[in-house]
Write a protein that binds this ligand. Structure first.
Ligand SMILES: [Zn+2]
Length: 323
């Protein structure tokens, strides 16, 4: 199969069923965790809808498919922010909305992909709503989102929701093994929040080494060998979102340790590093640390946040507890 990840197979088959029974929804919201391949899925679905051969996958040979390969099919509109993290503005969706009343030029239908749909600002989302209320025939709208709760409730209610499940670990491992049989995928998956595409990116970008170093310094903090202030200064060099995700993961593992013993920990490296430590933060402290990490993560990007100072005070809490 071309382009579909193994963890998307069931979703693909469900949509193929819709297509073959000619009851493809006008608007769909493809949602689920980040980095699971939803956007590629949406693109392949769009190509299959536009292909004139009408098979499960795009044939790659018809006029439509050749235009898609060349990147200029008039019946496909792809809307995304100019840069990641930026908003999708009203003029960007207008291109689709204005054409939405037209008949397709080449294919049997028109397809628009908006990704990430939650990046639409208020006026973009309001003007899209009008199209959703009066859907033009032969038009398909594919909204892709990691954070569907940020979309307006009205938009969500007008779309058929298609959930993308989290890849199962054994499925991820088997797929990663096929990509490169010499990497330590179990470990890479562990530091990439069990997301196979992220694990692959980490393997290519050397993130595993960074993870190992940070983890060691975190264990050093718990052992009293690392000072919170200097640790916060060096951790500031790392991508903050990623760092907080890892810190959350280790803290959650400490919570498992405090509630059910060392054997309950998921990260065996961390377990080894802290084994025999007489004092670790207690459950109550760990639960509050988890919520502090979440709060700090939500505050990222706010102008008045002194990230290094906040990180330092968070790290101090780890050393104060358990006494
Ligand atoms: Zn084709």
């Amino acid at each position: 199969m071309q382009g579909i990840y193994p963890w998307q197979k069931e979703t693909w088959q469900l949509l193929y069923q819709y297509r073959s029974q000619e009851r493809m929804p006008h608007a769909m919201l493809l949602y689920g965790e980040a980095e699971t391949g939803k956007r590629l899925f949406a693109r392949l679905l769009a190509e299959s809808l536009l292909c004139s051969a009408g098979g499960e996958y795009p044939c790659g040979a018809c006029h439509s498919c050749r235009l898609l390969q060349a990147g200029n099919h008039p019946d496909l509109v792809e809307v995304m922010p100019e840069e990641p993290g930026k908003a999708i503005k009203v003029d960007m969706v207008r291109a689709y909305i204005e054409d939405a009343t037209l008949t397709p030029q080449i294919a049997a239908c028109r397809v628009c992909i908006i990704s990430p749909a939650d990046a639409m600002n208020l006026s973009a989302s309001n003007s899209l709503l009008k199209t959703l209320e009066e859907p033009a025939p032969e038009n398909h709208l594919l909204l892709v989102s990691d954070r569907p709760a940020q979309l307006s409730a009205t938009i969500r209610s007008r779309c058929q929701k298609v959930a993308f499940p989290r890849p199962r670990e054994e499925e991820s491992l088997a797929w990663l093994q096929q990509q490169n049989s010499s990497a330590d995928w179990a470990r890479l998956l562990a530091c990439s929040n069990k997301l196979p595409l992220r694990a692959l990116r980490f393997a290519e970008g050397g993130q595993e080494e960074t993870y190992g170093k940070l983890q060691k310094s975190f264990a050093g903090l718990l052992k009293g060998q690392q000072q919170p202030a200097s640790l916060a200064a060096s951790w500031c060099e790392v991508d903050s979102g990623q760092l907080l995700e890892w810190l959350y993961r280790w803290t959650l593992d400490l919570l498992r340790h405090s509630q059910a013993g060392a054997a309950a920990m998921q990260d065996t490296d961390l377990m080894r590093m802290i084994s025999g430590l007489p004092r670790l933060p207690d459950s109550v402290k760990l639960v509050s640390l988890l919520s502090n990490i979440t709060n700090l993560g939500q505050g990222l990007g706010k102008r008045n946040l002194n990230y290094q100072l906040q990180l330092e005070s968070l790290l101090i809490s780890y050393t104060e507890s358990g006494k």
